[in-house]
Write a protein that binds this ligand. Structure first.
Ligand code: UDX
Length: 436
């Protein structure tokens, strides 16, 4: 069986590597020549635990990487995993998906095979049937679900867990028509992920499941963040104890209740905006989703007002931001709350010093010489008026009174409550813990 994967970002490259490591014959395609060269040489330009290792296992087997689309010609399965970035109005930009399926359609025209095309890219409900299938049929001159299969197969992997999630997903969603292609897909996935539930449904429902999943995760985070803000006003109340306790109720569940500066990343904010936009377009009420988004958008202001309250005028003062990635164990800064915080503080003429174990290079691409990039946690604190912990990098747990010594003023704002149990000589504020 030959498998092609189109688009070698987090999702595509993880899938390519895992499939190849499992002995499938895989070709990974990306239009970026330079990226293909790096990957072919076993190097991954993103920090993702185990990805490079798995890729190299695949490369030692029969994995091929190329920018040449024509090489997918004899594939039995083609996974489309290109991005669907956000436009300014919240809608998703489908241009990469359209280009990819146009190229796939042209190849299907020439092949004698009857491949299955899996759409993994996140697209709003209706896209596969109304946009993707017509493009594939026009370009190939063949009939979808007769001469080739088209199945919506949304992806749920989390960055920093990409390989594990690709190997052990919580469910497999297959959206499409009840055809022999669907039966083949079910057989493939039950062999690949034995014991994992496979949900077979229509295109639109499969597409909606992806948005439902991400908007529910966003809801949990905004919920706990709002409770965190309330806890902060109650002396001795601790949002983490609240979260652990309610998390024991199986109807609630313990995951995604870690309060903080709000959710970021390349998926949750984008998918929330797209769902709100889509809901509005189809005439549905999205009050609740909008409130989840607004709660998230407001969360960073909590940190800024606390800073203002404690430091007065912020202009000209040096503030240290710890963690610029959108979460720990990644170097990805897309839609990172820290980046948003830095932008807001720069507008207030604050001097910013940042430290992140992996994301400094990416941060530099945004801010250039407008901020200071520190090589170590301790050096980032020198002469600062305040420090903000934004994400839970393990290294930040080591902060102690010695590391804080070099600060000009010891204001510590801990948005993840990592240092809450320590006796620190300074003004320590944990977001979500009420002060006496
Ligand atoms: C998310 C979904 O989890 C995944 O299923 C989907 O396929 C893509 O989008 P990812 O973007 O990798 O994955 O990030 P995730 O781990 O979900 O975190 C998103 C944001 O929420 C981060 O900014 C993180 O710091 C924040 N978060 C997460 C919290 O603030 N608290 C939590 O309890 C969990």
């Amino acid at each position: 069986m030959k498998i092609a994967v189109i688009g070698l970002g987090f999702v595509g490259l993880s899938l390519t590597s895992v499939l190849a490591a499992k002995d499938y014959t895989v070709i990974g395609i990306d239009k970026d020549k330079k990226k293909c060269n790096e990957i072919r040489n076993g190097r991954v330009q993103i920090y993702e635990p185990d990805l490079e290792k798995t890729l190299n296992v695949g490369l030692r087997k029969s994995l091929e990487i190329s920018d040449d689309f024509s090489l997918i010609i004899n594939s039995d399965m083609i996974f489309v995993t290109v991005g669907t970035p956000q436009k300014t109005n919240g809608e998703i930009d489908l241009s990469m998906v359209k280009n990819a399926v146009r190229s796939v359609g042209k190849i299907i025209r020439k092949t004698k095979k009857n491949p299955i095309i899996f759409i993994k890219s996140t697209v709003i409900p209706g896209t596969t049937e109304k946009v993707i299938v017509p493009i594939l049929e026009t370009e190939s001159g063949k009939k979808a679900n007769k001469e080739f299969g088209v199945i919506s197969n949304p992806e749920f992997l989390q960055e920093s867990n990409a390989i594990r999630d690709t190997k052990y997903p919580h469910a497999i969603i297959l959206g499409g028509k009840d055809t022999s292609y669907m039966k083949k897909a079910k057989r493939f996935f039950s062999k690949m992920h034995s014991g994992i539930s496979i949900i077979v449904t229509r295109y639109q429902t499969a597409e909606m499941i992806k948005y439902a999943n991400n908007s529910f995760l966003a809801t949990k985070i905004s919920f706990i963040n709002q409770l965190s803000n309330i806890c902060q006003k109650i002396p001795n109340a601790d949002v983490d104890d609240v979260a652990s306790a309610i998390g024991l109720d199986p109807r609630i569940g313990k995951l995604f209740l870690n309060a903080g500066p709000g959710y970021g990343g390349s998926c949750l904010p984008k998918d929330m905006s797209a769902l709100i936009n889509f809901g509005g377009n189809v005439g549905a009420n999205t009050t609740f989703l909008k409130a989840v988004k607004k709660t998230n958008d407001d969360q960073i202001n909590n940190i800024i007002s606390l800073m203002r309250k404690k430091l007065g005028k912020l202009s000209g003062k040096k503030i240290t931001i710890l963690g610029t990635a959108f979460k720990p164990n990644t170097d990805d800064i897309r839609d990172s709350k820290s980046i948003e915080l830095i932008k807001k503080l720069l507008k207030n003429k604050v001097k910013i010093s940042v430290y992140d174990p992996k994301a400094l290079e990416n941060t530099r691409k945004i801010f250039g010489n407008k901020i200071i990039y520190s090589k170590s946690l301790t050096s980032s604190l020198v002469k600062s008026y305040g420090v903000v912990i934004m994400i839970q990098w393990k290294q930040f747990e080591s902060i102690n009174n010695k590391s804080l010594q070099c600060m000009k003023n010891k204001l510590i704002i801990d948005s993840r409550r990592m240092l809450a149990k320590k006796e620190l000589n300074g003004e320590y504020y944990a977001i979500g813990i009420g002060k006496n």
